[in-house]
Ligand binder design. Structure first.
Ligand code: ADP
Ligand code: UDP
Length: 239
């Protein structure tokens, strides 16, 4: 019998009979402002499960090591259980969100090169910023771990920038999480969906990600459906 081991802001993690395998259940909960804004969004769980499955399949096909095993049904998938590195690896191609407010900059400025930022994953502390030396000094990751994670982040950025462009969207920024398998190998974990990236329509500049919820810009379900359909088309996987 599967056993619930963690309930997060958007997913539940279940231990399966295999000690090395977790079942992920995508829920309809959306949160913003570090959990202060919270709502149930129709079909969000299954949309993110479908989008993340397409993205992970594409990354795996392009040589990225990940935790992903397979999608089970509408809202569930199986993943390799990892010892998570409690850091959020954020890559920004275009100025937006907190970076824009922190630096008093207009959203939309394209950076001369991708900006990489690291945050300590802690809801209680509001995910504070730290740099590579902070992460090493506090024992969250070794220099080798960080190098491996940033190298993977850069490859993911290149691959997904191409994929989303093909789907008519600009990959503005995104957050990745990494974990270690029992053999010590680092893999891309968690999810990749419009919950943890920013996507702007290439023509209209319209927001096609969780900013629609954060900023009350419209119907999040309709937005995520559009992201899914465009990705399916770009990947030749239309139903
Ligand atoms: P949060 O914890 O930020 O509220 P979620 O609701 O998405 O986020 O919960 C998923 C949790 O599972 C996250 O804490 C994430 O770090 C963790 N996780 C993701 N992939 C794996 C994995 N392969 N093994 C173990 N834990 C994972
Ligand atoms: N992000 C995330 N989880 C977090 C913080 C940020 O997935 O806890 C993602 C967010 O969706 C965006 C990118 O990381 O794609 C950069 O987010 P930012 O620091 O601008 O914060 P935000 O404005 O999203 O709160």
């Amino acid at each position: 019998m599967d056993k619930l081991i963690y309930t997060g802001k958007a997913k539940q993690m279940w231990q399966t009979a295999d000690p090395n395998v977790l079942k992920v259940v995508y829920t309809n909960q959306a949160t913003a402002l570090n959990g202060k804004k919270k709502d149930q969004i129709r079909e969000k769980g299954e949309l993110n499960n479908q989008i993340s499955t397409l993205v992970f399949d594409y990354l795996i096909a392009n040589g990225i090591p990940t935790h992903f095993i397979k999608k089970l049904n509408d809202t569930e998938e199986l993943v390799k259980k990892c010892q998570m590195i409690r850091l959020e690896f954020v890559t920004r191609n275009v100025c937006a969100g907190h970076f824009a407010s922190r630096f008093g900059m207009e959203e939309g400025r394209v950076f001369d090169q991708p900006v990489e930022e690291l945050f300590y994953k802690s809801d209680e502390l509001g995910d504070p910023f730290l740099n590579n030396s902070g992460a090493q000094g506090l024992g969250f990751a070794t220099a080798d771990d960080l190098q491996a994670c940033w190298h993977l982040s850069e490859r993911v950025n290149t691959l997904l920038t191409i994929l989303f462009r093909r789907a008519g969207m600009q990959l503005v920024d995104f957050k990745l999480e990494f974990g270690k398998l029992p053999d010590g190998h680092i893999v891309l974990a968690d999810e990749f969906s419009p919950d943890n990236c920013r996507l702007w329509d290439l023509k209209t500049r319209q927001h096609m990600d969780k900013d629609v919820f954060r900023r009350n810009l419209g119907d999040l379900t309709v937005t995520y459906e559009e992201v899914l359909h465009r990705l399916q088309k770009a990947l030749g996987k239309e139903n």
